[in-house]
Ligand binder design. Sequence first.
Ligand code: SAM
Ligand code: SF4
Length: 336
Amino acid sequence: MPSTVPHTPLVDSFGRTVTNVRISVTDRCNFRCRYCMPEEGTQWLDRHEILSYEEIARLVRILAQHGVRKVRLTGGEPLMRKDLHQLVRLLVSIPGIEDCALTTNGFFLADQAAALKASGLHRVNVSLDSLDPETFMAMTRRDHYVEVWKGIEAAHAAGLRPIKINAVLVRGVNEHEIPRFARLARERGFIPRFIEFMPIGMGDGWSRDKVVAGREVVAAMEASTGVRLLPVERAGGQPADRFVFEDGIGEIGFINSVSEPFCGNCDRVRITSDGKFRTCLFSLQETDLRAMLRSGQSDDTIAAAIRAAVAQKEAGHLINDPAFVRPERTMSQIGG
Ligand code: SAM
Ligand code: SF4
C-alpha cells in the first residue's frame, strides 16, 4: 500500500536531525579483542534471529525516505556474513543513500575487497590497534596481523578511498605506538582514527586512567614528527574530529567519546543484527523493528515507531556521570 504519511526528516527533541544509520549485520566475530568481547562463552544469535538482507534493505528504504543519507555496515565482524557485497548492492541502489561504508577487522578483506568495491561500497574503516604483531595478538587474542595487512592492501588496490585505520589506545598497552601511527599517516596516506576506549561490553578492563585522550595523541604526534597538527574546523563550534599535518602530508581522526563527548551534534541511530533500533550506543532502551517487519506492519507504521524512538533520543551518553549505567549488550552485539 502506498505511504500516506509525509516523508519529513527524523528530528529529536533537542533539534538534532538523523541522517546516519549504523547497522550490525552479525553479532559473530572471528577475533576476540579484549576491550570488546570475552574470550569464550558468548551466546550467538540463531540464524533466524538475524535480519535478512531484504529486511535490512526495507528498513534502510524507510529511513532514507525520512532523510537518512549514510549507512555504515558493522558487527560483530560484518564480513563473516555470507556475500555481504550483495547487501551493499541493495543498499547503494536505494534512492537517497549517498554513502555506504564498512567497518571491519580486515581479516576477510583480501578475498572480498574487489567484490565490495564492484558492488558500490564507498569507504572502509579497518580496525588495527597495533602496528606490532605481538601487541596486535595481545589485544585481539588472534595471530592475524599479516592477514589484516593483506586486507588493507587489497582494499587499497581495489580503489576503496579513503582507508581509515581505527585504533583503540589502551594506556600501558599500545600508546607508545602513536609515532608509528603518525608515520602510517604520513608515509602511506592511510588515515589513523583513534577511538577512545569506552566503558561498554566487557565488564573487566575499562578504567578512566586507561583512556588515552585525543589531545594527548595530537601532542605526541607533533612531538614525534616535529610538524604541527591543524584542526579541521567543524560547524557549530564542535571539537574537531579531523586534523591535518601543517605541511599538508597526512591526516588523522578522532572519536573522543570520553574526553570530548560530541553528543550535541549526534546524527546517528543504530540497528542491531536482531533488528533492534537504538538511538545511542549507550541506550538502555530499544525498539523491536524485527517484530514489526515479521508481523506484516506497513512502512508507515514502522516509520512511526522509528519517529517515536527518535523523539526519545537521549541528550547524550552519561559516561562521565556518576549515574552512568553500562548497557548489557557488548559492542559486538550492538554494532560498533
Ligand atoms: N569487527 C569490526 C571491527 O572490529 O572493525 C566491526 C565491529 S567493532 C565492534 C567496531 C569498532 O568498535 C572497532 O573499531 C573497535 O575497535 C571498536 N570498539 C569495540 N569495543 C570498544 C570499546 N570498548 N571502546 C572503544 N572502541 C571499541
Ligand atoms: Fe570482533 Fe571487532 Fe569486537 Fe574485535 S572489535 S572482537 S574484531 S567485533
